[in-house]
Design a protein around this ligand. Structure first.
Ligand code: DGY
Length: 335
């Protein structure tokens, strides 16, 4: 009897992989050509037990950034050799434990850079020009005609954008900002020739907070960046300034942010990510001067399909004895 489409001949159970979600094509097509693929349906989201049961006996796993892969789960999956995370961030995975167990972890950089930078800029425009408030006003029937004082916002030309992080996405946001005539500052661990070439000046965090009209976050989440934007950071910002976060929620103390927005320490914010995703700090939901999006950074058809291609390609390489293109713990491969 013919097997399922694209399934390679001669596979054994040892070639099983588990995908926690039916990722877009060509992801599953690439995986199915090389492995027996077990796919968790789109809904409901797999809980811990479904992750363990789904990945049991599998050498590879394709995970989403919302799937928590911690030491306990890894302990329950002794056959696991590779995890391909569908996303550029991988703070959902215990990398130290995976590395200790010789499991290679990969991510999907580059292919989502433009989509995420576009979304960061969309949020920047949405909060500085008060698009959410305007939309709600019209929909509620409150638009009474043109008014010289209605919903005034920040003009970007000549305003200063402070970038917290100038990796791929931070730089792509910087390039967009130059088109709007913004001045650039950045905080980064190392000098960035690309940021300098765009006219950005590297400064300490406090100077960036003091001087920026918009602060946009583009660092990954780790012990150094968790709550880096806390109450004292928010108090340093100008009362006319805006905060945009398209990176990871826990970089910002959400309770402090809600207080800052409510009490006018800053003018507004645009958030795509949350501290306890998918929950949103209830105090934020009450406020008009924050634009809230449901983690849409890489949500373009092209980016999501390319992410699937890259994740699947990484998994195939890692499990067939080749170097995957995007390892995040390459030290595993040197052993
Ligand atoms: C990522 O890739 O880390 C994003 O948050 C998913 O869009």
């Amino acid at each position: 009897m013919p097997g399922p489409p694209h399934r390679a001949e001669g596979l054994t159970l040892a070639d099983r992989v588990f995908a926690t979600y039916p990722v877009p094509e060509p992801g599953l097509e690439i995986l199915s050509a090389a492995f027996l693929v077990r796919v968790h349906p789109a809904r409901p989201q797999p809980d811990r037990e479904a992750m363990r049961a789904g990945a049991e006996g599998c050498r590879g796993m394709l995970t989403l950034v919302r799937d928590r892969v911690d030491a306990e789960l890894l302990e329950a999956l002794p056959e696991l050799r590779a995890i391909a995370n569908y996303g550029v961030g991988y703070d959902n995975i215990d990398i130290v434990e995976a590395t200790r167990r010789g499991i290679v972890v990969t991510n999907t950089p580059d292919v989502l850079t433009a989509a995420t930078a576009d979304l960061a800029f969309a949020l920047l425009l949405a909060c500085t020009r008060r698009l959410g408030e305007g939309e709600r006003l019209v929909r509620s029937g409150g638009f009474g005609g043109w008014d010289p004082q209605m919903l005034l916002g920040l003009e970007l030309e000549g305003a200063t954008l402070g970038l917290l992080g100038v990796g791929r996405i931070g730089l792509a946001v910087a390039r967009r900002a130059t088109g709007f005539g913004m001045k650039l500052l950045h905080v980064s661990r190392h000098e960035s020739a690309e940021a300098t070439a765009l006219g950005s000046r590297r400064v300490e965090l406090n100077e960036l907070l003091d001087a920026s009209d918009v602060v946009s976050i583009h660092v990954s989440l780790n012990d150094d960046t968790r709550h880096i934007i806390d109450a004292s950071a928010l108090r340093r910002m100008k009362p006319t300034a805006y905060l945009v976060n398209t990176a990871r929620g826990p970089i910002v103390d959400e309770v402090a942010l809600a207080q800052a927005l409510r009490e006018g320490w800053i003018a507004g914010a645009g958030l795509d990510v949350y501290e306890r995703e998918p929950q949103v700090e209830p105090a934020l939901l009450e406020l008009d001067n924050v634009v809230l999006l449901p983690h849409l950074g890489s949500a373009t058809t092209r980016a999501r399909s390319e992410m699937a291609r890259v994740a699947a390609t990484n998994l195939v390489a890692a499990l067939s004895g080749h170097r995957p293109p995007n390892p995040v713990n390459p030290e595993v491969l040197e052993k």
